[in-house]
Design a protein around this ligand. Structure first.
Ligand code: DX5
Ligand code: ZN
Length: 222
């Protein structure tokens, strides 16, 4: 499957967001991951739909919008209107995920479902036909800069067997140290935050290149 890097823009310097968007687009970043939080589903706030709209105006990179909110139904229209290309809602936040996923697709947006580390995967077998993307949280949702939960390695493989050929994303502490193992276990979308593209040191373009090369090197090296 095509491997894509989705740069997590909540990890960018908020005072230099436009520069980050342009630099990463020029460097060939595949997707932009945009975290929306409501302070209830997770104890934090992040980006908002106005930011999504503004990024859409200046960039052609697909926008992968991750809703970490209670009652995502309430926000779908705004997420769609703002120009999201993929909308991912949390399985834990809705009782009627099929209705939600169908609405997203009806609006010509790709439909994603996210699961927290503790959430079991077995019920997802009823949803596979409605999904364009499954996102596995590899840390508890809500904050950048946390540590990868080791048990998630096995979960990636389980998830791949369950979802077949749809996109499988991993989100949380993905770095050059663990991304290759995630790909080998079956993930194909890597959300890259403070541990990869936004790590301190190099420029964003250099970090992106280095991250991408670490994946190629590892794979061709086998
Ligand atoms: C966590 C967010 C992630 C986060 C990833 O709730 O969904 O997108 O920004 O960044 P790091 O690499 O810092 O975990
Ligand atoms: Zn996210």
């Amino acid at each position: 499957m095509k491997v894509r890097i989705s740069a997590s823009l909540m990890c960018a310097d908020p005072l230099r967001l436009e520069e980050a968007v342009r630099q990463l687009e020029d460097a060939g970043c595949d997707w932009f991951h945009i975290d929306i939080m409501d302070g209830r589903f997770v104890p934090n706030l992040a980006m908002n739909f106005e930011t999504v709209r503004r990024i859409k105006q200046i960039s052609r990179v697909p926008l992968d919008v991750h809703l970490m909110v209670e009652q995502p139904e309430q926000y779908l229209d705004q997420a769609i209107d703002a120009g999201s290309d993929i909308i991912t809602c949390h399985a834990e936040s809705t009782r009627c995920p099929i209705r939600l996923l169908e609405k997203i697709r009806r609006n010509n947006v790709q439909a994603g479902l996210a699961v927290n580390p503790f959430t079991a995967l077995h019920q997802l077998r009823y949803l596979v036909d409605y999904l364009d993307l499954l996102l596995l949280m590899t840390v508890e949702p809500g904050f950048a800069g946390q540590k990868f939960i080791a048990a998630m390695h096995a979960k990636i493989g389980e998830a791949r067997s369950l979802v077949g050929g749809i996109n499988l994303a991993v989100d949380g502490n993905i770095s050059t140290g663990n991304a290759l193992a995630a790909l080998e276990a079956g993930a194909n979308i890597l959300v890259a935050g403070t541990s990869a593209v936004f790590k301190k040191g190099g420029s964003l373009a250099q970090n992106l290149r280095q991250f991408r090369e670490s994946l190629d090197y590892g794979r061709s090296g086998r």
